[in-house]
Design a protein around this ligand. Sequence first.
Ligand code: SF4
Ligand code: SF4
Length: 387
Amino acid sequence: MSVTSVGIKDQVVIQKDHFQGLLDALIKTGYDVIGPALQNKAVVYDHLTSIKELPIGWTDEHGPGKYRLVRRQDEAYFGYVLGPISWKKYLFPSQVTLWEARKNGPEYQLNKIDNNISKTAFLGVRPCEIHAIAKQDKILMQGEYLDPIYKARREKIFIVAVNCAEPGENCFCTSMQTGPRAETGFDIALTEVIDQDHHYFVAEIGSEAGAEIIGHIKFEMADPGAKTAAEQVSRKASENMGKKLDTRGIKELLYANSEHPRWDDVASRCLTCANCTMVCPTCFCVNIDDTTNLTGTSAERRRRWDSCFTLDHSYIHGGSIRVSAKSRYRQWLTHKLASWIDQFGDSGCVGCGRCITWCPAGIDITDEVRAIREGGRTAPASAAVKE
Ligand code: SF4
Ligand code: SF4
């Protein structure tokens, strides 16, 4: 344990050889730690107890419809970009049981859902993902319709962010102002610094809980050299961003171009597979299934992720209203980048690039917007809605 005490905004250095101390401190304080691990040739999030389970020395190459792991030249702990799994897997699970009823004699007994979640630390949250969590917080915890399942989980989360060093080909967080450096929304934010002779982490304290955890591990206060090295990591990441999305007047642009020929073009490529919505860290659409067993002795109501790419999603009395791929892709993109602003005050996209990487057809949201902007109508002045 270090004797120097730290506070919010302080920056400290944790040497690589002491990094296990961070996991140990989290576990000792009662957190279940979830972080990056290698599984099925991808970086996914899983339960961790040792830094040996991190994807040390691996990185991931991204492209439209392309993802592969490759060895790095160094032993970086967080040298990858992003895998297919986002933190919504834990905060907003793909399937939950809302209630269940079991026949007990002549009566049915209603069982409440078990929402007793243990304290959990997310290790390795990218800055764009912090913004994605903040967007889901706004919708599911701070809006008119509270989601008690999300809230119970969210209130027990400790966030260890990791600032990006090498963005992937599909990243555009700088366009969405969500990265590559975490500014708020974390308990501890790490920047991994590797040079010829050193390998260490500069840790910024973001909360009292973060200061308490740092107090349990071996660290030194960051000197100006370490702070500058961490800033350079973020600056380089910002300069090497894979993609750009021009967001100027994007809401008005999309509203004014609902009949642009590009929607037909993208519909001819889109498989309506819904992958883009499953991997997106901000998508939150769900459906409800009621089921009973064949003997009628038990019944359940389940909530599961849904997607605006399914036909059923737009089913209203008499049929679905978005029957074509064109109408479904247009709905998704327009909601993400335009009507989300009207609903929730900002964009529904954080620029993580997952929908590009995991689209089997290699459809790229930034290309689609560019094509609409290049050949599209500009919004009439009367159509401009004040943000
Ligand atoms: S855009 Fe790509 S990922 Fe999304 S539904 Fe179409 S084919 Fe699937
Ligand atoms: S729309 Fe695509 S780039 Fe934007 S947050 Fe969702 S998955 Fe990431």
